[in-house]
Design a protein around this ligand. Structure first.
Ligand SMILES: O=C(O)[C@H]1O[C@H](OP(=O)(O)OP(=O)(O)OC[C@H]2O[C@@H](n3ccc(=O)[nH]c3=O)[C@H](O)[C@@H]2O)[C@H](O)[C@@H](O)[C@@H]1O
Length: 441
């Protein structure tokens, strides 16, 4: 048996129902659209409804973005433009001035480079996500320092493609100095995904924005001495093997070198990768040994000093921040143009990699004894064998290539650099206000 609904739908005589239904429909249509005037009104009504829907949708979209994000709006755009404008005097010997987007601007190297650029009259806009890998109040203090020199730092993540696209919309940046990263060699065992998030996904997101930008900026970015991994030829040269990383951190930096190469090859982005060697100095990173040793020594807490196999001391080619800043600025100045526009390559663009080290390695126990001298406190040392946590026994940079092509010439010994660091540390953390005086600094 067929159901009632089914019976209603099937004609008793094929063809009959069509005629009847067609007649009924035309009567209905006639009623609805009795005149062309009514049809016009209906059309007008539909257009108005569609327009209302679309504008409401775009209002919701835009306002939700502004409520959710700390960026956007006319005032924000004005701040970005002002910060990005070079302020070199017209006709100055250095030329028109760069307009640089600095990622990780509230970080250690980012802050120093942003200040140096601003001081010589370049335009700088920073971006930083102020994550909690180490004390965010130090990052906020660096941001305040930058603000006092007219450098605006956007709070945002390099994984936010819409934010990056907006920044490039507002400013035709000539250069990107990409320093945002998840740093630290040993922390990669605790939180591996943070390295993939910042050093791989974040890097790709940034390069996508750079290749889409018109004009495309030249990109200078921070790789790491850790890419040399298990290489034991010294001093480390750019021509040596870098396919045996010892930590996930190093592996993400090495991946970054390969990823930037593809963007150079496919899209004509000018790329310079800088392999930094254990950078230290004022406003530095609290997770690094020289910084945490200083804190613990002053607080009377023990420090752990790692030692290599067969009781061999570990050594690092510690490089002072001012030398690194000079290397970064020279890289920006000599970068050469990206050749693509709107994601299309127009010709080959430079792809460079440089070691930026001090080329004078110092052992970790020597680092400790310099700090003890400046702090006038003997450290409580726990000497333990280096755990298998991604560390390498020594680093030592060959800097001939950077010297030749960038004019890079580090001038600060660890002794001199630590003196400046300790002076800053004592003042920043208020040690000089009490009864302590450090007249030796
Ligand atoms: O050159 C680089 O590419 C890297 O330099 C540093 O990494 P690292 O050299 O390991 O710097 P520290 O963490 O300050 O360690 C310096 C030395 O002190 C040793 N150390 C560290 C911590 C500790 O508690 N005890 C200790 O003896 C380490 O084994 C190492 O030999 C940075 O943390 C990385 O972000 C950077 O990429």
């Amino acid at each position: 048996m067929r159901g009632v609904l089914e019976e209603d739908m099937l004609p008793s005589t094929p063809g009959k129902v069509k005629i009847e239904r067609a007649g009924a429909m035309s009567r209905q249509l006639h009623r609805c659209f009795a005149s062309t005037g009514t049809m016009f009104l209906w059309a007008l009504f539909l257009v108005a409804m569609t327009a209302t829907y679309l504008s409401f949708h775009s209002f919701v979209d835009t306002s939700s973005r502004y409520f959710a994000a700390s960026w956007g709006g006319l005032h924000w755009e004005r701040q970005i433009r002002a910060s990005a404008s070079p302020r070199r005097p017209p006709g100055s010997a250095e030329g028109a001035g760069l307009s640089v987007l600095v990622t990780g601007a509230a970080g250690f190297v980012g802050t120093h480079c942003s200040l140096a650029l601003r001081k010589r009259g370049d335009g700088v806009v920073g971006i930083d996500n102020f994550n909690k890998y180490y004390d965010p109040s130090l990052k906020k203090a660096r941001r305040a320092l930058l603000a006092s020199h007219g450098v605006f730092v956007v709070e945002g993540d390099i994984n936010d493609g819409r934010l990056l696209a907006k920044l490039f919309d507002v400013v035709p940046f000539t250069h990107v100095l990409h320093l945002a990263a998840q740093a630290g060699v040993r922390y990669a065992m605790e939180n591996p995904s943070s390295y993939v998030h910042s050093n791989i996904a974040g890097l790709v997101s940034l390069l996508e924005a750079c290749k889409d930008a018109d004009p495309q900026p030249a990109v200078v970015w921070a790789s790491s001495s850790s890419v040399y991994g298990l290489n034991d030829l010294v001093p480390f040269s750019e021509a040596h093997r870098t396919d045996r990383p010892a930590s996930l951190y190093a592996a993400t930096k090495k991946a970054g070198e390969e990823i930037t190469h593809t963007y150079n090859h496919i899209y004509g982005l000018s790329v310079t990768g800088l392999r930094f060697f254990t950078v230290y100095g004022p406003w530095g990173r609290p997770d690094m040994a020289y910084f945490s040793f200083t804190r613990n020594i002053l607080q009377g807490k023990p420090i752990t000093v790692y030692r290599g196999k067969d009781h061999v001391d570990l050594a690092r080619d510690f490089t002072y921040i001012d030398d690194i800043v000079r290397g970064c600025l020279a890289s920006l100045d000599t970068a050469g143009r990206s050749t693509g526009t709107g994601g299309k390559k127009r010709g080959p663009a430079p792809y460079r990699i440089f070691n930026l080290g001090n080329t004078a390695p110092v052992t970790v126990p020597t680092l400790v004894s310099i700090l003890e001298r400046y702090l006038r406190v003997e450290a409580k040392k726990n000497v333990v064998e280096m755990p298998g946590n991604g560390d390498v026994p020594f680093t030592h940079a060959n800097i001939s290539l950077a010297r030749e092509q960038l004019g890079y010439k580090p001038t600060t010994t660890l002794e001199m650099g630590l003196k400046k660091f300790v002076r800053w540390y004592l003042s920043y953390y208020g040690y000089n206000r009490g009864t302590h005086t450090f007249s030796n600094l």
